[in-house]
Design a protein around this ligand. Structure first.
Ligand code: MTE
Length: 360
């Protein structure tokens, strides 16, 4: 379905929501198109590239409409390797603490691509964007989400200061292929360093305004509610809105629950730092966090991409629990347990990951 590999873990067929197994993310810095996770809140629009239009309105001196060939011919194109991570990634670990309605995403709602397009800042500058005051840039798309009452088109916003940064793209290529329809083709926003929800697919409208978007997906969901809040009665503005992605790491291989032979065992994972920070170190523990050894970090491919890590451990027969934790370049480290992080929508599980293995 949608050109994805057959072993995707499909949470929902319609709208299509699916993630690869962690082991499928081990090879390569960039995730293959058939493996990249999909997160959709509504049915997937079908917009031919030639019919696609983007209108830029609001606090700009010249409101303008753009076609895809306008973007291609008027602005410098750039490519960027960036990781997208859904705020619901690893929700299954929070559900294990206390039930949460919603897709039980495991480790795979995270993937990395090489995106190609134009800088959003160049398009905004061409429209004479105003830069006085703390403005926001709203993105709108045509897909309709039934989970909002009444149903609502998908939308979101980011602060103008982020929108004007070098890394935010209007992208029409992914891994040197035309952006697949399921990933927002013909054109989507890519907001590296922010939760995936802000990288709006099938973007058709951009509005510069003096407040964040009122859209349900900006004002109400993708907020961390207090643990004792009722998510069904959450009102716009309740909780902490999510923007910058949280420091996280995960063990991709071996899978939790696997049986492995005794001897040297290669452990593979990734670490991802939040907006504007880097990964400084990943540690691995075989004794539940009493002692730690440093994992080997692969070279940084891009400041906006995950950092791969690996470690060979000595697996001796019996049960073995491998735990990992990442530190960022500000010396912040992941929280230890999912219970500390539990929240009613099940967002941002960045607790220490572990894999419980049987060594034979
Ligand atoms: N954009 C639109 N128009 N509709 C959506 O449902 N989902 C968002 C974001 N952009 C969404 C969207 C969420 S929650 C995530 S995590 C990313 O797209 C997922 O992007 P992907 O499906 O390309 O992996």
């Amino acid at each position: 379905m949608w050109g994805k590999r057959e072993d995707m873990l499909v949470h929902e067929e319609s709208p299509y929501n699916a993630e690869p197994a962690g082991s499928a993310l081990v090879d390569g810095e960039v995730t293959a198109l058939d493996t990249f996770y999909c997160r959709n809140h509504g049915e997937i629009p079908d917009i031919p590239g030639k019919k696609w239009r983007l209108s830029v309105t609001g606090l700009v001196n010249h409101e303008q409409d753009f076609t895809l060939s306008d973007l291609e011919s008027r602005f410098e194109t750039r490519s960027l390797v960036a990781t997208l991570q859904c705020a619901g990634n690893r929700r299954a670990g929070l559900i294990a603490v206390r039930d949460i309605p919603g897709e039980p995403w495991e480790s795979g709602a995270t993937s990395t691509a090489e995106w190609r397009g134009v800088r959003l800042s160049d398009v905004l500058s061409a429209c004479g964007v105003r830069t006085d005051g703390p403005l926001h840039v709203e993105f709108t798309a045509p897909d309709v989400a039934d989970e909002a009452t009444p149903p609502q088109q998908y939308g979101s916003s980011i602060p103008l200061s982020k929108a004007l940064s070098d890394e935010v793209l209007l992208a029409w290529e992914m891994n040197s292929e035309p952006l697949p329809r399921v990933h927002g083709g013909p054109v989507r926003v890519v907001v590296p360093g922010y939760i995936g929800a802000r990288s709006v697919k099938w973007i058709t409208g951009i509005k510069v305004q003096d407040h964040p978007s009122d859209n349900y997906f900006q004002s109400t969901v993708y907020h961390i509610l207090p643990a004792d809040a009722d998510p069904d009665s959450a009102r716009p503005g309740d909780g902490i809105p999510l923007s910058s992605v949280a420091l996280n790491c995960d063990i991709l291989e071996p899978a939790d629950g696997a049986t492995v032979p005794a001897g040297p065992l290669s452990v593979h994972g990734y670490a991802l730092a939040g907006d504007g920070r880097g990964i400084a170190r990943v540690d691995v523990s075989l004794d539940g966090g009493r002692t730690w050894a440093q994992a080997e970090l692969a070279a940084e491919v891009s400041p906006w991409s995950w950092r791969r890590w690996s470690q060979v451990v000595d697996a001796t027969p019996g049960p073995l629990t491998i735990t990992a934790r990442a530190w960022d370049t500000t010396a912040a480290m992941q929280p230890e347990s999912a219970a500390q992080l539990w929240n009613p929508h099940g967002y941002v599980n960045n607790s220490w990951p572990s894999a419980n293995l049987t060594v034979t």
